[in-house]
Design a protein around this ligand. Structure first.
Ligand SMILES: Nc1ncnc2c1ncn2[C@@H]1O[C@H](COP(=O)(O)OP(=O)(O)OP(=O)(O)O)[C@@H](O)[C@H]1O
Length: 265
């Protein structure tokens, strides 16, 4: 079963082509990484898949449903954690997740259990009744995952989930994502520009650069094709002709990382 299929997707903002003839298939149940530096077109691709931008030209399906014809069916299947902060610091964790349960129309009699379940799955049961502004950055991110999970999505989309987090918080977040996939069988589509995380946690990855997919496969396949001792960063350099340090060290990247780190506290 295919979770997401994209064919011939293109999207431009004025003269700026953000996504250029994108073909992509995400299989049901896998953790799939869409990798690339800031500005590669990852978020635009996600917005096309999640009904937030119109698909024209090209075709997208999510579990067989076309977002243009059945936007509600697509939205119901998806849990989306955007780059921007989606939790309210002046509410408790439980209140934030409850708010999402109401937004998603979770039946009233199931709400409390679902909210508890999502908080527990993300390791936030003990902190559930504390104000979110007292949470660490990693806890805020896990809360945002709990918010997306309360809808029991078949497809979880995480846009740069670990940006601005320290290595321990990153590891904790990824542990929760892999646990979640194992217990629910959900498909996970994640964007990141951290090649090491993708290598460790994603089953298949697509390397995106300037709106196009440059390479696709398991991290092992991509590295083996380049030679022994290769890293995913080497693969990226090979396919883009750029040094990864140059493409990821630009002003937008630094600005984006700092902005996110500030938001996450
Ligand atoms: N709303 C917009 N208006 C104009 N240009 C945009 C807009 N959104 C994205 N772009 C441009 O489209 C290109 C792709 O951006 P996109 O955000 O999809 O990349 P990304 O890989 O997700 O990077 P980031 O992590 O910085 O979001 C960039 O050149 C960006 O400046």
């Amino acid at each position: 079963m295919t979770a997401v299929a994209c064919t011939g997707l293109r999207h431009a903002f004025g003269d700026q082509v953000a996504v250029d003839d994108l073909d992509l298939t995400v299989r049901s149940g896998e953790i799939f990484g869409l990798l690339g530096p800031n500005g590669a077109g990852k978020t635009t691709a996600i917005r096309l898949i999640t009904t937030l931008l119109p698909v024209r030209p090209g075709m997208v399906t999510v579990f067989g449903a076309d977002p243009a014809r059945r936007p509600l069916a697509v939205r119901r299947a998806i849990g989306y954690v955007p780059q921007l902060l989606s939790a309210d610091g002046s509410l408790t964790g439980r209140e934030n997740v409850s708010l999402f349960a109401r937004l998603f129309d979770v039946p009233r009699r199931e709400r409390a259990d679902r909210v508890d379940g999502a908080l527990t799955a993300m390791g936030l049961a003990e902190a559930a009744d504390r104000m979110v502004k007292t949470y660490s950055g990693g806890m805020v991110r896990r809360l945002e995952l709990a918010q997306a999970l309360v809808n029991r999505p078949r497809l979880l989309i995480l846009d740069e989930p670990t940006i601005g987090l320290d290595p321990v918080a990153r590891g904790a977040l990824w542990d929760k994502v892999t646990e979640l996939r194992a217990t629910t069988g959900a498909t996970v589509l994640v964007t990141t520009h951290y090649m090491d995380e993708a290598d460790q946690y994603c089953e298949r990855v697509a390397l995106m650069h300037r709106g196009r997919i440059r390479a696709l496969g398991t991290p092992g396949e991509l590295k083996a094709a380049l030679g022994p001792e290769s890293t995913l960063e080497d693969v990226f350099r090979h396919h883009t002709g750029d040094t990864f340090a140059e493409t990821q060290g630009g002003f937008r990247d630094v600005r984006g990382t700092r902005r996110t780190a500030r938001r996450l506290g």
